[in-house]
Design a binder for this molecule. Structure first.
Ligand code: SIN
Length: 273
């Protein structure tokens, strides 16, 4: 088998499936760079029919950077940086069941996440992704110009307190201020960087003054044209760029079990537009 990756876009703006690569094996530089480029262009990439151990998952993620620490959810035994993203048969809530980007309340948010399917429901449990590059580009020039100059506050209170009440782990309050429009370091493409889970207001604006514009951006960013939807199968892996896409874990499989392993990768300082 040659080392050439086959990259097949899934929709007009988000997602590509990558074939012709076996992630259980060490990758060559060309394969690593090809995956990195596809991720920069499509925001999220998917691999199917893979069979990887947690150690191989860990090695693959580390090719792209150091894993972030895991504080608020359980981890996989022997892998303290690998979150267990699980929903049991009797649970009603899932993790990630709303549009969000991961941990944007850090000064340097994680840039990427590698999610591996371990146990899947017979139906449901898809993950949706939405391109914030496409969302930005679809705005009118006047609004783009205004947003280019703004920064916004990201705060973990809402989600952190909810998680703390469910897990019994302490809520550690964190806030960060980020540009509202950022640039991808590889392509230079601009994307919107606000999300409903963590962005509370624009810097220098009150929450009340920010509410209408932020709500507009949260709704705008969910337009189906910007999205792709991934149907998981045994052996599926998703790798997303946490700065360029939002994601949403559909919670439509009550009574069934779903178990995923997740590694988030440390980022580099965001580049303002
Ligand atoms: C998440 O990281 O938000 C969970 C995604 C998923 O389980 O599909």
């Amino acid at each position: 088998m040659s080392d050439t990756l086959l990259v097949r876009p899934m929709s007009g703006h988000a997602g590509a499936e990558i074939d012709n690569v076996d992630l259980s094996k060490p990758l060559c530089v060309e394969q690593k760079n090809g995956i990195r480029d596809a991720l920069a262009r499509h925001g999220v990439v998917f691999f199917r029919k893979q069979s990887i151990t947690p150690a191989q998952h860990d090695r693959f993620a580390r090719l792209f950077g150091e894993p972030t620490d895991v504080k608020m959810v359980d981890t996989v035994p022997d892998f303290p940086h690998m979150s267990l993203v699980a929903k049991a048969e009797e649970q009603l809530d899932n993790i990630g069941g709303g549009w969000h980007a991961d941990q944007t309340f850090h000064d340097v948010p994680p840039w990427g996440t590698v999610l591996v399917a371990r146990e899947l429901p017979a139906f449901g449990g898809d993950t949706l992704f939405s391109s914030m590059g496409a969302a930005y580009e679809a705005l009118s020039e006047g609004l783009k110009k205004m947003l280019d100059g703004l920064r916004a506050v990201h705060d973990n209170s809402m989600i952190g307190k909810l998680l703390a009440s469910k897990t019994g782990k302490p809520h550690i309050p964190r806030t960060a201020v980020h540009p509202v429009v950022v640039r991808n370091p590889l392509t230079g493409r601009k994307s919107l960087f606000v999300n409903r889970a963590y962005t509370t207001h624009f810097e220098g604006w009150s929450e009340r003054d920010s509410e209408a514009l932020l709500s507009y951006l949260f709704i705008h960013g969910q337009r189906p044209e910007f999205q792709c939807r991934f149907r998981w199968e045994p052996g599926s892996i998703a790798f997303w760029d946490n700065i360029q896409v939002w994601h949403y874990a559909a919670n439509d499989y009550h009574g069934q079990r779903r178990v995923m392993h997740r590694i988030a990768i440390k980022g580099t300082p965001l580049i303002a537009a």
